[in-house]
Each structure stands twice: as structure tokens, then as C-alpha cells.
Design a protein around this ligand. Structure first.
Ligand code: AHR
Length: 496
């Protein structure tokens, strides 16, 4: 079977944004402790950060890292995490039923972000806290003047302000599981006031209001409408979160998860535009897709401890990913790129150990999960302008989405280099992708990630057996590019 694709430099959606390749570090499980930070590890640097993890973070090509949560954020006191480490309190984290020694806090994270070469994206707690604490952490981070909290930062070793430009106003405030969960009207009003106050201190901030924790939330749609109506003049973006995993409906259905992401983005954009119309406003609200990934929420590691057990850095949410999961991740990136006109920030959740592309062994190896590969390659090679790709080919039947194209694709175009990212989401049939491409190009590289056993996953002992490999079927005659796409596969073709 053949899928016909048209790739044309005129079909521009918008620029490839580096912020599409963001990630997320939460005080959750072993993401921070034993993840980015392990002072006793053989590769630890002078600050206790694992150099092997830093190397993988750079190879992954992430741009922006959201911190410190997540559900953890909604009970967090930022002051606990600054100043002399031996005087920092150990606190209960109600979100993940764990304890946090606060060894890592704002200053340490900023140091790590600097070493990793990433842009910090900070978040203020609007669960147990409010405007004053948001102003305080902003003053600590961003103010150069001779003020009390700026002075405290200087005394703690950071002379220059961090000048963090991107801030989340709380986390998943629509979720009943959230500490300090609120109605849309309550949250929208609070977000507006906090944003207004923060801008009085630092007018140039980019502020993200909480949207929905998933498209399946009962309040989805109405939440965005209400929050944006309240906070319209004060925020730049609204967030979206989505996690996908194989459910009882089976592998084929799971492979089509990007359909949900497409609809989610389109519906949030439509809702924001509805508020704009009602307000007679030309303002465009962006989307910060600041949590997305494959996450097996029904697996044991996703269940926090209970009772009197409040461990530090327990093994939580340490999903091990298959090749099929990596194909879904590659497809989710295709969806995010195709919406670059509206998705201005995106963060894969999370970076290390917790539903992550990078895993660590305590005292041992740092290794790459399957999902590392499509992310790293997309981040490295997507450049210039995003081009919408029209696909007309075989379809697969979905319970949730009806008939869906088996092949999904997006392309980028810069300095006469065209990069096409494709997935074949059919669980059993190969598809020939026949692409009409701009004239005068030659194939630089075509890589495919797939495996005879799509459930193969990497481990600490073996993260190299299944890697993206050259797709030898690639042929380019004139403007006709042809490629065989095996079932459940992700492919990148670079033409120049
Ligand atoms: O990323 C894991 C969790 O998922 C985050 O803490 C929360 O925001 C979301 O529900």
C-alpha cells in the first residue's frame, strides 16, 4: 500500500521553536535525587551533579526545563530550598507521599540549568500559597535592585539575577488530586491577580495559566474559557497536559494517541479564540504543552507510598519504554511541530527516571530509553520553518477517532535542507511513503526506528541493541521520494 505525501515549502505553519523541545524536572521519585543530583556518584561534579546525566541531557537536545513541579509544586515552600543546605528543613510532600530534604532548591537548579545549557521555566505554587509568595520567589530570582530577597540571593552566592522569563502560574489546578484544587472561576481570578502583581515587578515575563490536565477532564473546554475570561489581559499562554498509554483497547488504538493531541491543541486554540471574539480582542493566546509523554498510569511504580512510609526519592513512575512507545513519542512531536503556530512551549514529562528518556542506576550507569531516540533526532534536525504535510494513504480504524491515516508526517525547511519526520502507525502492515518533494535535493540520511518485536525495551545492561538505523529502501528520482515504512515505525529523512 502507498501513502502519497506532498511536501511544499509554501505550506509554512510557522518557525521551528527551540522551546518545543523542553523537558521537566520535578521533585518526584528519583528525578532530582539520584537523577540529576547524586554527590557520591563517580561522575559527580563539584556541585554533586551527575556528569553522565548532563552529557545525555545535552545529547537529547532539550531547550527549556520546567521546575520544580508538577503536583509537588502545589505544596512547595521555595524558601526551604535556599540558603545553607544543612539548615534546610526536611518536609513532607503530600503529592507523592514522600519526604524532601530540600538539598536541591532554586539556586542549585539554576546552576544545573546553566551547566546543561537549558532555559529554566519556573512555576509558582498556587495550591497552598498565593500572590505574596509568588512575588517573593520572583524577587529572589529576578531582581537586581538592593532589595531584601535579592540581597538574600546574593548572600547565597548568586550575584546576578537569574532573570527567568517564563513562569507557570500553578500546576493542574483543575485536578481534584491537586493540593489546593480550585474551580475555574476561583483559579482564573487568582491567576489574573498573581500575573498582574508579577508583571508590576517584571513587565517582560511570559506567563502561563493552567489549562486542563487532559482532554478527558470533565471541565475541559469550560475551564479554559472561564480561566481565560478572568485572566485574559494578564497571561500569554494556557497550558495543556496529556499522557498516553496502552489501555484495554489495545496497541493499535494506543498508536493513534497523537490524534488526541491534535484535537486537544485545536480545541484549546478554538476556545481561546472564542474568548478573543467575545472580548473583541486580537490577542492570540499560545499553548504551553508543558507535560506530555507516554505514561503507564496503571502500573505499580505509579502508586505513591502510603501510611507512615514517607521515603526520600522512592522509585516512582519509572516506566520502561518499548519501541512502540518511542513511535508514539515521535508522533507526538510531529503533532507539536505541526502546531508550531499555536504551541509556543512544550515539555516532555519528565527528564530523568520519572517517565523519562534518561534512566540512572544509583552509583552506576545512566542509560537511554527507547523514547530518547526520536526526541534527540527531531530536536537536532528540525530547523527553520515547519511545513504542513498532506497525507493521502491507507487508513486504520480507531474506536475513538474513526478512520485515521496510518502515516502521519511533518517536515521542516531551512537553508534548502528539507527534513521529513514520519510514522507508520499501522500495527501490522508496511506502507510505502511516496513523497513529492521540492526539486534539486538529494538524500543526506534516512533513519528508521522500528523492531520486529515492538515491545522490545532498553535496560541498564543493553540500551544499544535497537537503535535508529539507515533505511536502505530510500530512493529519490527527481522530485519523487520513496521510502518503505515498516509497521510501528518512526522515520526521519533529510534532504539537501
Ligand atoms: O508528571 C507527573 C505528574 O503528572 C505531575 O506531577 C502532574 O502535574 C501530572 O499529573
Amino acid at each position: 500500500t502507498i501513502a502519497r505525501l506532498v511536501i511544499n515549502p509554501s505550506f509554512k505553519v510557522g518557525p521551528v521553536r527551540r522551546r518545543t523541545f523542553g523537558s521537566f524536572v520535578e521533585h518526584l521519585g528519583r528525578c532530582v535525587y539520584e537523577g540529576i543530583f547524586e554527590p557520591d556518584h563517580p561522575t559527580a561534579d563539584a556541585d554533586g551533579f551527575r556528569s553522565d546525566v548532563l552529557d545525555l541531557v545535552r545529547e537529547l537536545g532539550i531547550s527549556t526545563v520546567r521546575y520544580p513541579g508538577g503536583n509537588f509544586l502545589s505544596g512547595y515552600r521555595w524558601e526551604d530550598g535556599v540558603g545553607p543546605v544543612d539548615q534546610r528543613p526536611k518536609r513532607l510532600d503530600l503529592a507523592w507521599h514522600s519526604s524532601d530534604p530540600n538539598t536541591i532548591g532554586t539556586d542549585e537548579f539554576m546552576k544545573w540549568a546553566d551547566k546543561a545549557g537549558v532555559e529554566p521555566m519556573m512555576a509558582v505554587n498556587l495550591g497552598t500559597r498565593g500572590l505574596q509568595e509568588a512575588l517573593d520567589v520572583l524577587e529572589y530570582c529576578n531582581v537586581a535592585a538592593d532589595s531584601h530577597l535579592a540581597e538574600q540571593r546574593r548572600n547565597n552566592g548568586a550575584h546576578d539575577p537569574y532573570r527567568v522569563g517564563l513562569w507557570c502560574l500553578g500546576n493542574e489546578m483543575d485536578g481534584p488530586w491537586q493540593i489546593g484544587h480550585k474551580s475555574a472561576a476561583e483559579y482564573g481570578r487568582l491567576a489574573a491577580e498573581v500575573a498582574r502583581g508579577m508583571r508590576m515587578m517584571d513587565p517582560g515575563l511570559e506567563l502561563v495559566a493552567c489549562g486542563s490536565s487532559s482532554r478527558a477532564m470533565p471541565t475541559f473546554g469550560e475551564w479554559e474559557r472561564t480561566v481565560l475570561t478572568e485572566a485574559w489581559d494578564h497571561v500569554d499562554m494556557i497550558s495543556a497536559h496529556a499522557y498516553y498509554w496502552e489501555k484495554e483497547s489495545g496497541l493499535q488504538e494506543f498508536l493513534l494517541g497523537a490524534e488526541d493531541m491534535d484535537r486537544f491543541i485545536d480545541q484549546v486554540a478554538a476556545t481561546a479564540d472564542t474568548v478573543a471574539a467575545a472580548r473583541k480582542s486580537d490577542k492570540v493566546i499560545g499553548i504551553s504543552f508543558d507535560e506530555w509523554n507516554v505514561w503507564y498510569q496503571d502500573r505499580t511504580p505509579s502508586k505513591p507510598p502510603t501510611g507512615d512510609d514517607w521515603p526520600v526519592a522512592p522509585n516512582l513512575l519509572e516506566d520502561t519504554y518499548s519501541v512502540a512507545d518511542a513511535v508514539v513519542v515521535g508522533n507526538l512531536l510531529i503533532s507539536l511541530l505541526r502546531h508550531t503556530d499555536r504551541v509556543w512551549v512544550a515539555n516532555q514529562a519528565q527528564l530523568v527516571n520519572v517517565i523519562a528518556p534518561i534512566r540512572t542506576e544509583k552509583g552506576g550507569k545512566a542509560w537511554k530509553q527507547t523514547i530518547f531516540h526520536p526526541f534527540a533526532l527531531t530536536s537536532r534536525h528540525a530547523a527553520g520553518e515547519v511545513l504542513r504535510v498532506v497525507v493521502d494513504g491507507p487508513t486504520v480504524a480507531s474506536e475513538e477517532f474513526g478512520e485515521v491515516q496510518a502515516v502521519d508526517a511533518v517536515a521542516t525547511w531551512s537553508d534548502d535542507e528539507c527534513v521529513v519526520f514520519l510514522v507508520n502507525r499501522d500495527e501490522s502492515a508496511s506502507v510505502t511513503a511516496a513523497c513529492e518533494v521540492p526539486a534539486g535535493l538529494r538524500v543526506v540520511e534516512a533513519l528508521t526506528y522500528a523492531n520486529a518485536d515492538p515491545r522490545w525495551h532498553a535496560s541498564a545492561d543493553d540500551d544499544t541493541t535497537v537503535l535508529p538505523t539507515a533505511n536502505d529502501s530510500v530512493r529519490l528520482v527527481g522530485t519523487d521520494l520513496e521510502l518503505e515504512l515498516p509497521p510501528i515505525s518512526w522515520t526521519m529523512a533529510r534532504l539537501a
